[in-house]
Ligand binder design. Structure first.
Ligand code: HEC
Length: 263
């Protein structure tokens, strides 16, 4: 008599082969990562097919379930049985726990974090030209540093009252609400956010928030509020002064845009 692989193990091996086969072919050979939900669907049909083949007649069905029957019924397998009955619920519990845990990873879809702003936008009921819009308080930085310092202080107060919950008291995007948000609030300390932007861009983003984002910024649903509903124009410009002052970044200007390394 030749050694035969038990039918149950055969079935499991076929399923594992198909599962990993899919992953290898899609993810590695074709380079197109297969969505796991689609894979689950495929595997449902494959499993149904495999069981149809493996339970084609009485004889095969009996062979297939023999190890399971033996495990449950055979008195000499009590220890193994108890072990299996403990391990399986634990594994299932662990699997469910892992699945239910919220994930903060970015969705697979790519999102444009800094979509091109429209050239004009309706802010406080008026159409403003974002290409020429400037921070009305910026000139005080050189002309009247004391006054500038006061504006920055006022901006800081606006920030602490309204923004730190999400963007963090260190402006690092780690406010107390940040954990629960997707996309996460942006980290203004990061060289990739406000340091790359003009003040008019910030003004537009702060005033119009998540709902003001153009289509290419989808599919993420941003929780950034529409601040023109809650703050005055002056408060927004001052909080912008504060963002740059605190982080030590300089806003990008049109002149620098060309020197900034060809982006
Ligand atoms: C409820 C949470 C929340 C609050 C409060 C909040 N933000 Fe945001 N903010 C976000 C999220 C999330 C993003 C990232 C998604 C996006 O770009 O819309 C963001 C993005 C931004 C951006 C875009 C930065 C960039 O690099 O594109 C600016 C500027 C900004 N916030 C400023 C502010 C200011 C100023 C305040 C306070 C007046 C504020 N935010 C309050 C959640 C918040």
């Amino acid at each position: 008599m030749t050694m035969r692989i038990p039918r149950l193990l055969q079935a499991v091996l076929v399923l594992a082969g198909v599962y990993f086969g899919f992953i290898i072919v899609f993810d590695y050979v074709l380079g197109a990562v297969i969505p796991r939900s689609l894979l689950t669907m495929y595997m449902f049909f494959v499993t149904a097919g495999v069981f149809m083949v493996f339970t084609y007649d009485e004889e095969r069905t009996r062979e297939l379930v023999a190890p399971i029957k033996a495990l449950v019924e055979d008195p000499s397998r009590r220890k193994v049985r108890n072990l299996v009955f403990v391990i399986i619920p634990l594994l299932v519990g662990y699997g469910v726990y892992n699945k239910m845990q919220p994930s903060f990873d970015a969705p697979v879809e790519l999102r444009t974090i800094h979509p091109a702003p429209p050239s004009t936008a309706k802010i406080y009921g008026e159409r403003v030209n974002l290409l020429t819009l400037e921070n009305p308080y910026r000139h005080t930085e050189t002309e009247d540093p004391d006054l500038f310092g006061e504006y920055v202080q006022e901006g800081a107060a606006v920030y602490i009252e309204n923004c730190q919950y999400c963007h963090g008291d260190k402006l690092d995007g780690k406010g107390p609400f940040a954990e629960g948000l997707n996309p996460t609030p942006l980290n203004f300390q990061d060289i990739g956010t406000i340091a790359q932007l003009q003040e008019s861009y910030l003004y537009w983003r702060i005033a119009t928030g998540g709902p003001g984002l153009p289509k290419e910024a989808a599919p993420w649903i941003s929780s950034m509020p529409v601040w023109q509903n809650y703050l005055t124009e002056e408060e927004i410009w001052k909080v912008i002064l504060f963002l740059y002052d605190y982080t030590g970044h300089a806003p990008r200007s049109w002149g620098e845009a060309h020197d900034a390394g060809g982006h």
